[in-house]
Design a protein around this ligand. Structure first.
Ligand SMILES: [Zn+2]
Length: 281
């Protein structure tokens, strides 16, 4: 199986689905990550914090766009190695991006056609008026590119159509544990990342320039992945919303559902003390 992620910023891949990707990499699946922007403007802690100092480090405050991109790429490469991402494709666009650009759709569609992934992962498209809209613009770009790659015709484009089987959306910020609690959209696929959670911590610790290392890595995984883990009946989980319906020959029941013991699962999923296992660096 080949999995392709398409995200706005370098760290998004790790924070949203790094554990899932690590599990697939361990399973022998191919993982490729496409990142549209250099992410220099989002959480620019390393630079903004330096500017606030009375005696700032001259090298940091004089960093230009190339230095900022290279530093972030270095963080991304180290994180990708830890997770097991086999290929990184970075467009290094400015992350002031707030809408869809046709040329970026074309470049993204080309990458989808090169990679021919079975599965695509990207952010859930939240309201585009929100300040986090670069994520939504990235997903709009990804879906437009998916449509474009799906309608490639050899006569016109020199390559055949691409058939991506499923799209999983991350970062949908709703936490109900069942299908009726909110009568609304919810994450309906939960992946147990407990066996690889240490690698997710280590990969997030790579993103020092945006303040993701240290307390934030632990906070995000304990709270977000911890709460999705509670819904999943495991210590830590990543949550997804599927784009396409699923077709089965018979009504599906997962291995986890068959193995779950309702009497003890609240104890079983509360075993890992992340901050004890990963003291602050
Ligand atoms: Zn982001």
């Amino acid at each position: 199986m080949k999995i392709m992620t398409i995200y706005a910023h370098p760290a998004d891949t790790v924070t949203n689905c790094g554990g899932t990707l690590a599990r697939h990499a361990d399973n022998g699946d191919d993982v490729v990550a496409l990142i549209l922007t250099h992410g220099g403007r989002i959480h620019p802690n390393k630079y903004a914090e330096e500017w606030r100092k009375d005696d700032p480090d001259e090298q940091v405050v004089s960093s230009g766009v190339d230095d900022i991109i290279e530093n972030k790429l270095d963080e991304l490469r180290r994180a990708a190695d830890i997770i097991g991402i086999g290929r990184l494709v970075t467009f290094d666009l400015d992350d002031a991006m707030s809408t869809v650009h046709e040329e970026v759709v074309d470049r993204t569609a080309e990458q989808i056609a090169i990679e021919q992934p079975d599965i695509l992962i990207c952010d859930y498209p939240l309201h585009p008026a929100m300040t986090a809209n670069t994520h939504t613009a990235a997903t709009m770009t990804a879906l437009a590119a998916l449509g474009r790659a799906g309608t490639y015709l050899k006569n016109l484009d020199g390559r055949a159509e691409v058939n991506v089987k499923q799209v999983f959306f991350t970062s949908l910020p709703v936490f109900p544990h069942d299908g009726l609690s909110t009568y609304g959209v919810r994450n309906d696929v939960l992946v147990d990342i407990t066996p690889v959670v240490d690698r997710k911590v280590a990969a997030m610790d790579c993103f020092d320039s945006q303040g993701y290392s240290g307390p934030f890595a632990r906070k995000l995984i304990e709270s977000n992945n911890g709460e999705f883990g509670r819904a999943a009946g495991v210590n830590f989980a990543e949550a997804y919303y599927r784009l396409y319906n699923e077709t089965h020959a018979l009504l599906p029941l997962t291995e986890a559902a068959l193995a779950a013991d309702p009497l003890t699962r609240h104890v079983a999923y509360s075993q890992v003390n992340l901050r004890e296992r990963h003291p602050l660096p």
